[in-house]
Design a protein around this ligand. Sequence first.
Ligand code: FEC
Length: 306
Amino acid sequence: SNNRIGVLVMSYGTPESMDGIEAYYTHIRRGNAPAPEQLAELTARYEAVVGGVFPLRENTNRQVTGLQTALDAIAPGRYACYQGLKHASPFIEDGVAKMAEDGIKRAVSVVLAPHYSTMSVGGYNKRANEKAEELGIEMASVESYHLHPKLIEALVDRVVSALNKFDRKEPIKVLFSAHSLPVRIRESNDPYESQLMETSSAVAERAGVTDWEFTWQSAGRTREPWLGPDILETLQDVADKNYKQVLSVPVGFVSDHLEVLYDLDIEAKAAASELGMKFERIEMLNTDPFYMETLAESVEAKDRWR
Ligand code: FEC
């Protein structure tokens, strides 16, 4: 057996290549293949961003390596990181199986997303815990780290430097955002919305930003209602109030990927430009050292075998 604590680092996952988009999309849709026009539309979004490269894959690899380094700094030799993806290979269950093969008996799971919802982080942890139980691994799970002081500090740094891209003498509307979820999350007192508001207010306050709003983005294309307003509506509203400058702060995401590089950098930016507004976005956290330390400290706080 292996005395190290396994750390299952989970992220959304992205296709391996253009040919992999259909299988990926089918997995997101719980086994229902997309219609040809839906597949074409998603393929076009990937092509618009990256021309054949899927940045989330490399970014997740680097984040896992970065977390290993941060954990080694806190407790040399104690932790071993494994990757598990929600919708792509290596899947969450593959990561847990790899731990078991290596003789790991105790593990902590953590998601590369700071805010808890039963529909997002809850889903990742449920799958991880089910597989761990099946394979005889004792697992504890980090649920959220949305107010970790180092996470807030990393975001504040990014907001402060992005504000310098604007004319500081004119009004700047700061728009915090996160992935929308179906409105039905409200039926179960889900903490997602309040955690997002807490992160946004903490960052705004520390960055000295008073003119800000929270808005949703990237809602799914389903018939049920999703949380709103969507950022495209919010941009219209901000333009109607005569703003000419908007800073986008996607606090619900930690990496460069489709929902940021397409939905914000291409779609929202074009909408803002149509409305006569300059649109900038903060840099994503990716492997920011404060973000890696946020993750490492959150894992360590769940390590009940210390
Ligand atoms: O770069 C990439 O290849 C992956 C980008 C990507 C990230 C991401 C994060 C989140 N999602 C969340 C919830 C949902 C729900 C549905 C849904 C659908 C999609 C589709 C694509 C997609 N998501 Fe995603 N999401 C990313 C990509 N997501 C592509 C399918 C096409 C579309 O609807 O646009 C709806 C599923 C359904 O139909 O039932 C719900 C949440 C996050 C943020 C937390 C996290 O990272 O886990 C929540 C990145």
